[in-house]
Design a protein around this ligand. Structure first.
Ligand code: TYM
Length: 333
């Protein structure tokens, strides 16, 4: 069966190991399957829900494209474009905001986390952000959406909005209701400084994450400084439940070299964390440094990156313009 894949990444800089293991690595394998049609969107409209410097944003858009390509996404086999270049995203988001209910949005935990204590000062865009995300997905009839675990609730909302639009207008199959593609394990990579906190671009401490542009030395240093607990390496799976930092580091190891948790536990059981950390650093350097080098190389080829975006935007525009015409007709415009 042909899967229509859609996913998005915000161009807010500092793309990190969580983005890679939770989402981009999966984009690459889905894109390598010729049966799939893949669309990967640089969601610049989402990025401006918090204040951005326009020059920095422009660079971050290119850096996100460079990261996709450096990670192994072949632009000739997928559509890579930036959200703001296809106006139908904003327009569909408005129409869907008249379908979505306040109560649904009020339940979104990411807004609560991002807005913090002072909700009154958060932008309206940050609040309605998941509706724009629903528009992105529904416009392209996506059947599958690969994301990390933190986007699960937004995808459920997208399904609810699509379903309600179909019901309200009495057209059962108009919007395709998408399936989330969330990996069973390691769909949430945690901070290197706190195993209970998600690895995030916005963490003030750069030591909390491995950026995809980090050098070998930075990677080694961050793993050396990564938080652990005073016990030796765990000797059973059960122990991982109570040891969040150990669990996260072992999870990263397992995800990077596609080995099972059991194998890693068996290999390092009872040893010092330092032995394990040395091997983890080496593995990270082997996997991430080539991506980092390639990103830096591609960033010097800005016309190539811009060409990828303009080709992708044209293709995305063709698909989205068909869908928005139908939406207009259904709504009565
Ligand atoms: P964003 O830009 O925050 O993150 C991009 C992708 O990386 C995943 N991710 C993680 N996975 C595991 N562990 C982590 N610590 C971690 N941090 C981030 C995210 O789950 C995501 O898959 N709203 C989305 C972007 C978006 C989108 C869409 C996604 C806009 N429209 C349509 C899918 C479909 C976001 O802010 O992702």
């Amino acid at each position: 069966m042909t899967k229509k894949i859609f996913s998005g990444v915000q161009p807010t800089g500092n793309l990190h190991l969580g983005n890679y293991l939770g989402a981009i690595k999966n984009f690459v394998s889905l894109n390598n399957d010729d049966q799939n049609k893949c669309i990967f969107c640089v969601v610049d409209l989402h990025a401006i829900t918090v204040k951005q410097d326009s020059k920095v944003l422009r660079n971050n858009i290119r850096e996100t494209v460079a990261t996709f390509v450096a990670s192994g996404i072949d632009p000739s086999k997928s559509i890579i474009f930036n959200q703001s270049s296809v106006a139908a995203h904003s327009e569909t988001a408005w129409i869907l905001s008249c379908v979505a209910r306040m109560g649904w949005l009020n339940r979104m935990t990411q807004f609560k986390e991002k807005a913090g204590k002072d909700k009154e000062k958060a932008s309206v865009g940050l609040y309605s952000y998941p509706i724009l995300m629903a528009a992105d997905i529904l416009l392209y009839d996506a059947t599958h959406v690969p994301v990390g675990d933190d986007q699960k609730q937004h995808l459920e909302l997208c399904r609810d909005i699509g379903q309600k639009f179909n019901n309200d207008f009495g057209i059962e199959d108009f919007f395709v209701i998408p399936e989330p593609l969330i990996q069973k394990e390691f769909s949430r990579i945690m901070s290197l400084k706190d195993g209970l906190k998600k690895m995030s671009k916005s963490d003030v401490s750069d030591l909390s994450r491995i950026n995809l542009t980090d050098t070998k030395d930075q990677i080694i240093n961050k793993i050396k400084k990564a938080k652990t607990d005073p016990l030796p390496m765990p000797s059973s799976l059960e122990e991982l439940n109570e040891r969040p930092e150990a669990s996260n580091l072992i999870g990263i190891f397992s995800s990077l070299n596609n080995s099972s948790l059991e194998e890693i536990i068996k290999k390092f059981s009872g040893k010092n964390f330092s032995d394990f950390k040395n091997e983890l650093s080496q593995l990270l350097v082997d996997k991430i440094d080539p991506i980092s080098q390639e990103i830096k190389k591609l960033l010097n080829e800005s016309s190539y990156l811009d060409q990828i975006l303009s080709d992708g935007s044209q293709k995305a525009q063709e698909i989205a313009s068909q869908k928005i015409k139908k939406i207009h007709k259904i709504v009565g415009f």
